[in-house]
Design a protein around this ligand. Structure first.
Ligand code: GSH
Length: 240
């Protein structure tokens, strides 16, 4: 990771690469900001108004498999965060940690009552286990395989399309009854859909899966137009 470029973000708006400032002030450090899963963490940090800096990790050069990086994340994937001497990986674990640790500031993302919190957790799990896997397969086979000179698996693409459509039918039903997934408030559950939802709508040629479902479409327009997400898109370009 010799090519690491540290960027410090102050109060969302101002970026500086002032090394002295970095040395004196301890802020949350996020590894791999250009990739999708780390963007789950970035948008959460911005919603929570937490100061952070980013460290580039080039997956195409294999930097995530280097010994130095594996000390932080033994499975060799991004994101990882360092909050002082505390290290954490797995993007959904990280956003839960940040939302809880900084619950007094920024957007409330966990829900207020036990029932709300339960629904936030439920839909976070749905995102991870129902929405994400077929979409991840589409992203790998449609976007990344050609980039790496690897063949795309048509069978996987077809199966993933079918699975994702069924998942989105459930979302349509849910979102016809509440503005956001866990209720009438934006939460971690909605936020968690942004990085790969962006690929779905804009990069895979499957925007219609969202657009043709009235309530899913309105929900996507709402969450993807949040200033926090727009800032992430503007400042940390996707590799594809
Ligand atoms: N479950 C992990 C998945 C992270 C993940 O898939 N990261 C991708 C980038 S979006 C990655 O590092 N891929 C390279 C690899 O796993 O070798 C999380 O949510 O943090």
């Amino acid at each position: 990771m010799n090519t690491i470029k540290a960027q410090h973000m102050t109060d969302i708006h101002n970026q500086t690469t002032d090394k002295n400032y970095l040395d004196t002030k301890m802020v949350v450090k996020v590894y791999g900001p250009t990739y999708a899963s780390p963007k789950r963490v970035l948008v959460c940090l911005i919603e929570k108004e937490i100061e952070f800096e980013t460290v580039d990790v080039d997956l195409f050069k294999g930097e995530h498999k280097e010994p130095e990086f594996l000390k932080l994340q033994p499975f060799g994937s991004v994101p990882v965060i360092q909050d002082g001497d505390y290290t954490l990986y797995e993007s959904r674990a990280i956003i839960r940690y940040l939302a809880e640790k900084y619950k007094e500031q920024g957007t409330e993302l966990l829900g207020k009552t036990i029932e709300e919190k339960g629904l936030v957790e439920q839909w976070l799990e749905v995102e991870a286990h129902n929405f994400h896997p077929p979409l991840y397969n589409l992203v790998i086979n449609i976007l990344f395989a050609p980039l790496m000179g690897a063949p795309s698996d048509q069978k996987v693409i077809e199966e993933s399309d079918k699975k994702l459509e069924k998942v989105l039918d459930v979302y349509e039903e849910r979102l016809s009854n509440s503005k956001y997934l866990a209720g009438d408030f934006f939460s971690l559950a909605d936020l968690s859909h942004l990085p790969f939802g962006h690929y779905l709508v804009n990069q895979t040629g499957r925007g219609n899966l969202v657009r043709e479902r009235k309530h899913v479409n309105a929900w996507w327009d709402d969450i993807s137009n949040r200033p926090s997400w727009k800032k992430v898109l503007q400042q940390y370009k996707y590799p594809v």
